[in-house]
Design a protein around this ligand. Structure first.
Ligand SMILES: [Zn+2]
Length: 286
């Protein structure tokens, strides 16, 4: 297993960085509204509507840029330092969804979500050692057909090891990662419906059985979906789905096509700082 850049093993919380427990406690206090469990006050709702959440979508990691989807570990280290230096709070994807669905009234200041698609083995070999801190929750969108099967992919025991860290959540990326929008064009409506339904349901079932927990979030392969697919995601028991779009998620984004930023190696530390500052500054302008 390659060793991680040293400084990241000791990511210390900068002053003022909220711990998950601290802000969740605050959020729950607001949600419960005291003993009478009153509805959330309009003031906190209006503050929340201005929130913008950059969701980062990584794929593979390595010492060199092997392909367009590989981010070097040194670039990832820069990203993590920027996230920390700007006083951002990495929140679980589930909290973003709960907030979008109105189940969580507010998020901590400068929220960021970290996701990694596809289940490449560099996730456990290169990324996981750099993200050991439980304050850095990560969501992995996995297509189960590759796990313990494709040479480039992780094994089920790797996913369980990551899940057991307590800050790594496994979610769905369909069963075998088809380009669903293209498949729709190439199949009859009935055949496509059967195919897409199987991709969504089978992935969810297999992941739930293997990981022993509910799987309700989905990332569209290639970031591509349409209104019919988004409806199907709801019908097959998903609470939210993510695409791409290179903009922060807000309360006005479609629940089944929430945007994420595609992370590539060309996006260095400086560009990441600009990206996050821009995303969060929309928050204050709104
Ligand atoms: Zn993918």
């Amino acid at each position: 297993m390659p060793s991680a850049p040293a400084p990241l093993r000791d990511l210390a919380a900068p002053p003022g960085l909220w711990t998950r427990r601290a802000w969740l406690g605050g959020a729950l206090a607001v949600a419960s509204g005291g003993a009478l469990a009153q509805p959330v006050k309009p003031a906190s709702v209006s503050a929340s509507t201005a929130t913008r959440v950059p969701v980062l979508a990584y794929h593979r990691f390595g010492p060199t840029v092997a392909d367009s989807m590989t981010v070097r570990t040194r670039t990832l280290a820069e990203h993590l330092h920027v996230i920390q230096d700007l006083g951002c709070t990495v929140i679980p994807l589930a909290d973003l969804v709960a907030w979008r669905l109105g189940q969580l009234p507010s998020l901590p200041p400068r929220p960021v979500v970290v996701t990694v698609d596809d289940g490449h083995r560099s996730v456990i070999e290169a990324m996981a050692p750099m993200l050991r801190d439980p304050r850095w929750p990560v969501t992995l969108f996995i297509y189960p057909s590759a796990i313990s099967n494709a040479r480039y992919a992780m094994r089920w025991e790797d996913l369980r090891e990551l899940q057991d860290t307590g800050h790594c959540t496994i979610e769905s990326h369909t069963y075998w990662h088809p380009h669903l929008v293209r498949e729709r064009r190439q199949r009859t409506p009935e055949d496509f419906d059967r195919f897409a339904r199987h991709q969504l349901s089978r992935a969810k079932t297999v992941l739930q059985e293997r990981m022993g927990r509910p799987v309700t979030h989905l990332a569209w392969p290639f970031g591509m979906s349409d209104a019919g697919l988004q409806a199907l995601a709801a019908q097959t028991g998903h609470a939210a789905a993510f695409g791409l779009g290179n903009r922060p998620a807000s309360l006005t984004d479609p629940v089944f096509d929430l945007p994420r930023y595609l992370m590539v190696d060309a996006l260095g530390g400086r560009q990441m700082a600009r990206l996050l500052q821009q995303a969060h500054s929309e928050e204050t302008r709104s």
